[in-house]
Design a protein around this ligand. Structure first.
Ligand code: ZN
Length: 189
C-alpha cells in the first residue's frame, strides 16, 4: 500500500499537465505552480510514512475502565484515489476498553496518518478501526466517517449536498446494543 518509488520529482510532471491543458506556464501565476503542487501532494500523502508506533508511544495507559470511550467530530481531509480530488469530513471513533486507553489527542493523529494518502472512504474507515484495535486490543471498536467528495460535488453527478457515510464495527460493536449506543451518542443533537 506504500508507494514504491517516492522521491521521483513531481514538479516536471505537473508542468506537463499544464502544457496539456493548453496553459501558458510562463505567466506569473503559474511560474511556481509545479513546485507548489509537488509540495502540496507530498504533504497530502505524507500519511504513508507515518510511524504509528511513534504516534502512540507513551500514550497508552493501563487502566481499569470498561466503559465506552468516544471522540466525536474528528476533522479529516483526504484524497480519493480514483480522481485525486479531495474528500473531507468528520470521523467519530469509539472503543470499549479492555484494560488500556489511549491519550485522546492521539486519535486525531491516527486519523491524519490514514487520511493523508490516496484513499477511498471505506478503507480509511476500516484502517482507523483496525489500527485502534491493534494498538489497544480493546473489546471492540466503532468508527463512522461522514464525508463530502469533490469528485461528486464538482463533476459527474454534481450532487452538492450528498454526503457519504461509512462505518467499521469490530468486536463488541457488532452487537446491536453497543452499536446503537455508539450511534445514538454521535447523532447530532
Ligand atoms: Zn473520486
Amino acid at each position: 500500500m506504500t508507494p514504491k518509488a517516492p522521491g521521483k520529482p513531481i514538479a516536471p510532471l505537473v508542468s506537463g499537465i499544464l502544457d496539456a491543458l493548453g496553459e501558458d506556464r510562463q505567466r506569473d501565476g503559474l511560474l511556481r505552480t509545479p513546485e507548489r503542487v509537488e509540495k502540496a501532494l507530498r504533504f497530502l500523502t505524507s500519511g504513508y510514512t507515518v510511524d504509528i508506533d511513534k504516534i502512540v508511544n507513551n500514550a497508552v495507559f493501563e487502566v481499569k475502565y470498561d466503559e465506552m470511550v468516544i471522540v466525536k467530530d474528528i476533522e479529516f481531509f483526504s484524497m480519493c484515489e480514483h480522481h485525486m480530488l479531495p474528500f473531507y469530513g468528520k470521523i467519530h471513533v469509539a472503543y470499549l476498553a479492555r484494560d488500556k486507553v489511549i491519550g485522546l489527542s492521539k486519535l486525531p493523529r491516527i486519523v491524519d496518518a490514514f487520511s493523508r494518502r490516496l484513499q477511498i472512504q471505506e478503507r480509511l474507515t476500516q484502517q482507523v478501526a483496525q489500527c485502534i484495535n491493534d494498538v489497544l486490543n480493546p473489546l471492540g471498536v466503532g468508527v463512522v466517517a461522514e464525508a463530502q467528495h469533490f469528485c461528486m460535488m464538482m463533476r459527474g453527478v454534481e450532487k452538492q449536498h450528498s454526503g457519504t457515510v461509512t462505518s467499521a464495527m469490530l468486536g463488541d460493536f457488532r452487537n446491536k446494543e453497543t452499536r446503537d449506543e455508539f450511534l445514538s451518542l454521535i447523532r447530532p443533537r
